[in-house]
Design a protein around this ligand. Structure first.
Ligand code: HEM
Length: 452
């Protein structure tokens, strides 16, 4: 049931980000969307209105307000128009669906991320990691782009977790068509004129081609598995065998395909960016690397960690948390109001968008002392307990909290441990490192390092 809150305070108009007379804030958002929202917050405060044509967007980095929308009154908020663009690639999977359909899918998928399944997935992750590190030896003594490296290894891990039995050729086809399709969607989301340009310059046609390759390969994998008598320890098998609570039925091919593509898309780029940014921070903080190496030596010596070791790698976990505070891979999440609502004097109309600015929240000086400083100590367990609820939300919050959060954390721990056990990294001097906020927050020109 949707909660209707009686106003407790008189309605107050929000400060408004003024923009172009016609296009409102679109031109400024198009130039640099992350700086736009950050600068407006510095000028206008933690909650402000950011109009664009035909849409009222309420931006906030207030933990209580985000909690209200994402959790306390979540039934009044759905994923709106911006997620419709993602549907072009993800179909009607967990990330993009709403209401009862989403709830049914979430219930079905949840067990695949319970502890026992995670342990199986972690083991196959380890195999991919070893292969990857062995291959990386060949690049020792050369310059690498750590962002590109992390994208490649997390894609391999995700593909193995999804379809453990597939040929390298098919997996490359998934990877390439998916990367192109995601680039197209990012450009549609971030370029206000994309809908006019892309049908004319051939990009829409290419996108359709990429999507048909992607769909074909995934459907082929599903068909092959349906025929197989063998059971595989992967997400495809778990999702294929799961049954809906009400009807006892299983997912059909189309739905399975949407969920597989969703998991691949939601799962690998986010972790890759988190790792790349964390490595960038570590390359500037040898004292933190030294502390991590001491922990690694104590917990797992020269071996990669086993599933049981992960809990003991507490400092590594703090480093990851702090990396995602400074560079949250998902820099904001939005919701559209289903019915008019009010939050502490802020009027929310039906169809208004509330944009929860995760990046801004993570950089607030009133929530984090010296917010620009990389300091993993702020994530010591006792200190985490003191943090206001939803002031740190790299995985979102409420019922739509990232389903793959534990998968991602174990993957990042595993890869960081392996990287530090086997290699040294030196940041190339005088390169431009810049953030680009597409669907995820990525390094615009990559991050170049000498691999030693
Ligand atoms: C560092 C890595 C990751 C980050 C930062 C991240 C972040 C997020 C965030 C913020 C959301 C909520 C979006 C919203 O509320 O609008 C989300 C949802 C989701 N994530 Fe992740 N994610 C990561 C890794 C993964 C992985 C590894 C998987 C799958 C294997 C995954 C699958 C999903 C799915 C399916 C959803 C939609 C859940 C739902 O609405 O029920 N994510 N993620």
């Amino acid at each position: 049931m949707i909660k209707h809150i009686t106003p407790t305070t008189p309605l107050t108009p929000l400060p408004v980000a003024k923009g172009h007379w016609l296009l409102k804030n679109l031109p400024s958002m198009g130039k640099n969307i992350l700086s736009h929202f950050y600068d407006k917050e510095q000028a206008l405060g933690k909650t402000y209105e950011n109009p664009i044509p035909f849409m009222r967007i309420i931006c906030t980095s207030e933990p209580d307000f985000m909690r209200y929308v994402l959790q306390q009154n979540h039934r009044n908020y759905k994923k709106g128009k911006s997620y419709d663009v993602l549907k072009l690639v993800l179909g009607n999977g967990l990330v993009t669906s709403n209401g009862q359909f989403w709830q049914k899918q979430r219930r079905l998928a949840q067990p695949a991320f319970h502890k026992k399944s995670l342990e199986d997935l972690f083991n196959s992750m380890g195999e991919v990691a070893v292969q990857y590190f062995d291959g990386l030896e060949a690049k020792r003594g050369t310059e690498i782009d750590i962002a590109r490296e992390m994208m490649a290894v997390t894609a391999k891990i995700a593909l193995k977790a999804l379809f453990s039995d597939n040929s390298e050729e098919d997996m490359n086809a998934v990877y390439e068509s998916m990367t192109e399709a995601q680039r197209y969607v990012s450009d549609v989301l971030n370029d206000p004129f994309a809908r006019i340009k892309f049908p004319l310059n051939g990009r829409k046609k290419q996108f359709k081609k990429d999507m048909s390759v992607l769909n074909e390969v995934v459907l082929k994998a599903i068909a092959k598995r349906r025929k197989s008598t063998e059971k595989y320890p992967d997400l495809l098998q778990m999702m294929m065998d799961a049954t809906y609570e009400d009807s006892n039925e299983q997912m059909n091919d189309q739905q399975l395909m949407d969920e597989m593509i969703t998991m691949f898309s939601a799962g690998h780029e986010t972790s890759a960016n988190a790792l790349a940014w964390t490595m960038h921070l570590l390359a500037q903080h040898p004292e933190i690397v030294a502390k991590m190496r001491t922990e690694i030596k104590t917990v797992c010596g020269d071996n990669l960690p086993g599933f049981q070791d992960l809990r003991q790698l507490t400092y590594i976990r703090q480093v990851i948390d702090e990396g995602m505070r400074l560079y949250p891979p998902v820099w904001g999440v939005s919701r559209t109001a289903i019915a008019a609502d009010e939050y502490r004097g802020v009027k929310i109309n039906k169809d208004d968008v509330v944009f929860c600015l995760i990046y801004n929240a993570h950089h607030r000086a009133d929530l984090y002392k010296n917010p620009k400083t990389f300091n993993p100590d702020r994530f010591e367990t006792a200190k985490v307990k003191e943090m206001p609820k939803m002031s740190y939300l790299p995985f979102g919050g409420g019922p739509r909290l990232c389903i793959g959060n534990m998968f991602a954390l174990m993957e990042m721990q595993l890869l960081l441990v392996g990287l530090l056990q086997r290699f040294d990294f030196e940041l190339i001097k005088d390169q431009v490192i810049d953030m680009e906020a597409l669907v995820t927050l990525r390094p615009r020109y990559g991050i170049k390092m000498n691999l030693k």
